[in-house]
Design a protein around this ligand. Structure first.
Ligand SMILES: Nc1ncnc2c1ncn2[C@@H]1O[C@H](COP(=O)(O)OP(=O)(O)OP(=O)(O)O)[C@@H](O)[C@H]1O
Ligand SMILES: [Mg+2]
Length: 585
């Protein structure tokens, strides 16, 4: 509850205060109605003109004031909740970006909680209105009960009848929510199939392969079990709530009747009997209102619990390193018995790898698919942390680095690079956001990546909108997108580590060789800060240009040395190299 209100108040503090104040005013005014009615009836019967006039004016004020305050409060608070949806979105983005390591973002519990908050946050507004409605009703109940108790203390017991339906509602909502959480992964998977089916990028392949029915089938296979489980839970929930409500109405009605009969028999005035009847009726409606909105109340609370879970998870998994890397690399990077296992998988993707990458070197990682090359790259970038072992940069453990700071020292093109659909200048310039507006910096980066021809290939040069997100954007070929990614990797001046994870697989062999020879030359001759370049490639004509080569297989380091050394050793590398050379002959 505290988190809920503080999040709401954070978005629009004054709107929140005014809305809440008006809500309290309307909640206080409304229950005064039966009391004034009693004064009116007694005044009429006793011929007290003054009290009749007073009560009549009071009734008018209470009715009009209560209604006006209620409407204005709804107006203010509706805006507050609207803002809150945005606040929550922003906080979710903030939380996700505080998770420095990508394997923490991939954990299933995290994704389940996130799915629930994200898909339900649109209901916040309605649920929050319901919540406040029930809080206001609860305040009215208290006031009505106090008024009734002044006439007949036994009436204090009336609200007790509401305990059963409220408890039932609490139980029902946490039960339904539990089912929702347990089926969140079905929702996620079904949603992924659905998005794939309508994704423009996948459209061609889906049609060629005639995958429509297949996707529909897989979507159904996840969706229907989820819907069935959820609706079964809902049906059960409705039955429990209805039974509890019936119990409440019977008990409450009986009690009011009993008390009215006692008042009639006793010495009560007609006004008091009218008061008990009208206030009793009002109380019933108020309590029924609270009970009716209780599911919304509890739903918001469950949602906030998920939200609090996410906040806790992010706190626990945030990296706390504080050290900063120096401006230059003096010795290099050392991997000491590094192993890594992805969350949820049985085997280690990288197993006990020890490597010494000297400052200023160009290191190539080779090996079959799934050998662990990209995993080593991610480890070097601090995108994942070793399960065991250490990675030392000039003797300092990467785990002790302030990771966002460490990443500003890196640059790279990744295997799963993003196709950033903005204008070409921005798509390249995003490699260094501070220089995104500068065509000169972007041109320099394209030259550094040896792909300067890209600008000529685009109809409006660097200002060409890319991709389908723009109405008039053009789509690039796979190789052109890769040139954009390469240029992006070159935007930063003097990174300490430059990783190129198959950044050229869409380029033809000749272009790839040219690009890598260029990198090797630049690394060897214009490298005063000792930048280590790590390249991953399946093309041995490229790999041989590196100063050191690591051969990986099934996560293990099999061979390590220069091209000449590895060829002379006549091991795995030599065999792979010869096989590929044969193929080109
Ligand atoms: N996010 C992930 N979650 C779980 N397992 C993963 C993940 N990414 C990779 N793996 C597994 O880790 C192992 C190594 O994968 P990695 O991507 O490092 O291979 P690679 O050498 O880069 O292969 P490729 O040449 O195909 O790019 C593989 O067995 C892969 O299935
Ligand atoms: Mg890879």
């Amino acid at each position: 509850m505290r988190l809920l209100f503080s999040t709401a108040a954070a978005g629009d503090p004054s709107g929140f205060r005014v809305g809440m104040a008006l809500l309290v005013v309307s909640a206080v005014l409304r229950p005064l109605f039966p009391l004034l009615f009693k004064v009116l009836v007694d005044g009429v019967l006793g011929h007290h003109v003054a009290s009749v006039v007073l009560a009549a004016v009071g009734l008018g004020l209470v009715t009009a004031g209560g209604t006006a305050a209620g409407s204005y409060s709804s107006l203010y608070l509706w805006n507050v909740w609207e803002r809150m949806t945005v606040t929550i979105d922003e906080q979710l983005v903030g939380m996700a970006s505080r998770l420095g390591r990508v394997d923490r973002v991939e954990r299933r519990e995290y994704l389940d909680h996130l799915t629930l908050v994200r898909t339900n946050r649109g209901r916040f507004q309605e649920s929050m209105m319901a919540l406040l409605f029930s809080l206001s009703l609860a305040l009215q109940v208290v006031i009505t009960v106090v008024i009734l108790a002044a006439i007949q203390p036994l009436l204090l017991l009336l609200p007790l009848f509401s305990a059963v339906p409220i408890l039932a509602s609490r139980w029902v909502e946490s039960y339904v929510h539990g089912v929702r959480r347990r089926t969140a992964h079905l929702f996620r998977v079904a949603n992924a199939f659905m998005m794939l089916a309508i994704d423009a990028a996948a459209a061609g392949e889906l049609r060629v392969l005639r995958l429509r029915d297949f996707l529909i089938q897989r979507h159904r296979a996840e969706w229907w079990p989820m819907v069935r489980r959820r609706s079964r839970a809902q049906m059960f929930a409705v039955a429990v709530s209805a039974a509890a409500m019936l119990l409440f109405t019977l008990g409450f009605g009986g009690a009011v009747l009993l008390i009215t009969v006692r008042s009639v028999r006793g010495s009560a005035t007609l006004g008091s009997v009218v008061l008990v009847l009208t206030a009793g009726q009002q109380l019933h409606n108020q309590i029924a209102g609270v009970i009716g909105t209780a599911p919304d109340l509890f739903r918001v609370l469950e949602l906030m619990r998920e939200y609090a879970w996410l906040a806790r998870y992010v706190d626990q998994n945030e990296d706390r390193g504080t050290l900063h890397a120096g401006q230059t690399l003096r010795h290099g990077i050392r991997l000491e018995q590094v192993s890594f296992r992805y969350p949820g998988s049985e085997d280690e993707a990288v197993h006990d790898v020890s490597l010494e990458l000297p400052a200023g070197s160009v290191v190539a990682l080779v090996g079959p698919n799934g050998a662990g090359k990209s995993t080593v790259v991610k480890l070097l970038c601090g995108l994942i942390g070793p399960t065991s072992g250490r990675i030392l940069v000039d003797g300092v453990d990467v785990a002790d680095f302030d990771l966002p700071g460490w990443r500003t020292e890196l640059s790279g093109a990744f295997q799963d690079f993003i196709r950033l659909e903005v204008v070409a200048r921005e798509s390249v310039g995003a490699g260094s956001v501070a220089q995104i507006e500068s065509p000169a910096a972007v041109r320099q980066a394209l030259r550094r990546a040896d792909v300067a021809e890209l600008e000529r290939e685009l109809p409006h040069g660097l200002e060409t909108p890319l991709g389908r997100a723009f109405l008039k954007g053009i789509d690039l070929s796979g190789g052109q997108w890769q040139k954009v990614a390469l240029g992006r990797a070159m935007m930063r001046d003097g990174p300490l580590v430059l990783v190129l994870d198959e950044p050229t697989y869409s380029l033809d062999v000749e272009s790839e060789r040219r690009v890598f020879e260029w990198f090797a030359r630049v690394a060897a001759t214009e490298n005063p800060i000792g930048t280590i370049t790590v390249i991953v490639s399946h093309r041995f004509s490229t790999v041989r240009t590196a100063s050191r080569i690591a051969v990986l297989d099934e996560g293990r380091l099999m061979e390590w040395g220069t091209h000449a050394e590895l060829m002379a050793a006549g091991g795995r590398y030599a065999t792979m190299y010869r096989t590929q050379a044969e193929g080109y002959r």
